[in-house]
Write a protein that binds this ligand. Structure first.
Ligand code: SAM
Length: 229
């Protein structure tokens, strides 16, 4: 069975999608969605030999070789035009790595703009949301969940015809998560606040850290505002 985290990512994949799962590792996500009959076709992309082999073995074991193609490729280079991909999942990596993968994919023309992006950054959500904004992707929904004491965010986005703009608060906290302010969200940001306060104390001892200090101070204020402290 899928982890709660991957199952939640899978929930956002549209029915009958042609999916590209990038950084697929064991290809658990595309295999589970295919076995459920939710998707029509999938590409499982892996840049590392070991996970690529694991993905191939898993697909073979379930007899899905004709419907799931496993490719050894960097990021979205795993996608070919004839795949006619309609959804892309990139899960379990840092937000800045996901951002780099999307940026390279854009430069290599691997994104048609028609596909839904379902992204699950482990950290660095803000830089990922900025990339989405800069590239006219509108956030359609978000989810925050906790599994094994870790908190995960999922961001779902689709390309818009017109510019999209988010304010500082929306970029940092997520427009939907900010609106919803769930208990998990509050516990995440309570933790984040404590970390930043510790950093603030350290920075007080350090020289030439004014810019960083100012940044941390602003973030602390934003978090306190959101948590109504
Ligand atoms: N997506 C799965 C999940 O969420 O459980 C696996 C996550 S695993 C922590 C990250 C995987 O991404 C690793 O198998 C790694 O090899 C792969 N990866 C990292 N950078 C990549 C890239 N640029 N292109 C393709 N795969 C990449």
């Amino acid at each position: 069975d899928l982890s709660q985290r991957l199952a939640a990512v899978g929930e956002f994949v549209p029915e009958s999608a042609r999916l590209a799962d990038i950084g697929s590792d064991h290809a658990y996500l595309p295999v589970a969605l295919m076995l459920k009959g939710k998707i029509k076709y999938a590409v499982a992309g892996e840049v590392v030999q070991g996970p690529y082999e694991s993905a191939r073995k898993q697909v073979q074991k379930d007899g899905l070789e004709d419907r799931i193609t496993v490719r050894l490729a960097n990021g979205l280079d795993a996608i070919q035009p004839q795949d006619a991909i309609t959804a892309v999942t990139i899960a379990g990596m840092g937000g800045s790595l996901i951002r780099e993968i999307l940026e390279a994919g854009k430069l290599h023309q691997r994104l048609s703009g028609q596909e839904r992006l379902i992204l699950q950054p482990n950290i660095g959500e803000r830089t990922l949301r900025s990339w989405l904004q800069e590239n006219q992707y509108k956030i359609q929904s978000e989810k925050i969940l906790e599994e094994n004491k870790k908190i995960y965010e999922i961001i779902v986005a689709e390309k818009e015809q017109k510019p999209v703009t988010y304010n500082e608060m929306e970029l940092m906290f997520g427009p939907f998560l900010l609106e919803e302010k769930s208990e998990i969200f509050k516990s995440k940001w309570t933790r984040e606040l404590q970390q930043r306060k510790a950093i603030r104390e350290q920075l007080k001892q350090a020289a030439n850290q004014e810019a960083r200090q100012k940044q941390i101070e602003q973030e602390i204020q934003m978090i306190e505002e959101v948590l109504e402290i």
